[in-house]
Design a protein around this ligand. Structure first.
Ligand code: LP5
Ligand code: MN
Length: 264
């Protein structure tokens, strides 16, 4: 019998912020793709202009990622790599995998100068202890997804998948995206983060705040004396337009900025 994820202590990554950091930006769920040029352009400008000391990307930066070899031949992915590379020369950029881009590998990150974040990860910053996650692992009521997740996060499945020819991987990813969207259209899935599991993670990490994405329902939820903050997804190519940056200051204040203000 496998352990109950609601009560199991998570394996935590850690990021200790240097004393010099004053602002940290959190973004997630941009789902970058060539078919959504306005979203890409807003992200490009934001990455070039943000006054933050660090941009931490909490998963689903890309619509799908089927292996680092795809980036070598895809002009759109090369443009994304260039944006990451230029930003990483100016400030600390880190990436945590989401359910769309969990196959993004260390070779691509190293090539872009981007640091890897594991999920969940504890950010230690002055007096603050902030827990970061993509959020999909917390959506426990979505049993079908959790079974799928367990399978595709295994080393054996990933080795087998990445050994397939690129066109086959792209076709499988397209089929999986279509399957996922069709589930939503029939209203089958409306899972949110499990509050008990979120609180267990916060206790285990000794953290006051949990920040995650994935559910695309931006909000701030009290959890006893602690907080769960949900990031927005980004889309400037489809209504309703949305692209929010979650900006944290060293002294503890938090602001949700729309993209125009975040890039100023
Ligand atoms: O991403 P989103 O927001 O639409 O929905 C997620 C869950 N869906 C996914 C799938 C991704 O959208 C697509 C993954 C692309 C990765 C590319 C590389 C790997 C390719 C893998 C090929 C097999 O993560 C969705 C959740 C939702 O979040 C809310 O939490 O519900 O979960 C699902 O839709 C999964 C299904 O519920 C269970 C799937 C069982 C497998 C069925 C196989 C169908 C045939 C597909 C052909 C490969
Ligand atoms: Mn997601």
């Amino acid at each position: 019998m496998s352990a109950d994820p609601r009560t199991t202590a998570p394996t935590l990554g850690r990021l200790t912020a240097p004393a010099a950091w004053h602002r940290v930006d959190l973004i997630s769920d941009l789902h970058l793709q060539a078919a959504e040029p306005a979203t890409f352009e807003a992200w490009r400008q934001y990455m070039a202009k943000t006054p933050a000391d660090a941009v931490l990307i909490l998963g689903d930066l890309f619509e799908v990622w089927v292996g680092d070899d795809a980036a070598a031949t895809d002009p759109f992915l090369q443009s994304c790599a260039q944006v990451l590379r230029q930003c990483a020369q100016r400030l600390h950029v880190a990436f945590m995998p989401g359910n769309r881009d969990f196959l993004l590998g260390p070779a691509f990150l190293t090539d872009c100068g981007v640091h890897a974040l594991s999920d969940p990860c504890l950010l230690l910053w002055g007096d603050q202890r902030i827990l970061l996650s993509h959020g999909d692992a917390l959506c426990l009521d979505d049993r079908a997804y959790q079974a799928f997740r367990q399978q595709v996060r295994s080393a054996a499945w990933q080795t087998e998948f990445l050994a397939k020819p690129l066109p086959e991987r792209l076709a499988l990813a397209r089929a999986m995206r279509a399957q996922s969207e069709s589930q939503k259209h029939i209203g089958a899935v409306c899972a949110d983060a499990d509050a008990f599991m979120a609180l267990n993670w916060l206790h285990a990490a000794g953290a006051d705040r949990l920040v995650h994405g994935h559910t695309h329902q931006p909000a701030d939820h009290p959890l006893g004396s602690r907080q769960r903050h949900v990031l927005s997804d980004w889309s400037l190519d489809h209504a309703p337009a949305r692209a929010q940056v979650f900006r944290m200051q060293r002294e503890g204040s938090i602001t949700r900025l729309d993209i125009a203000r975040a890039s100023a």
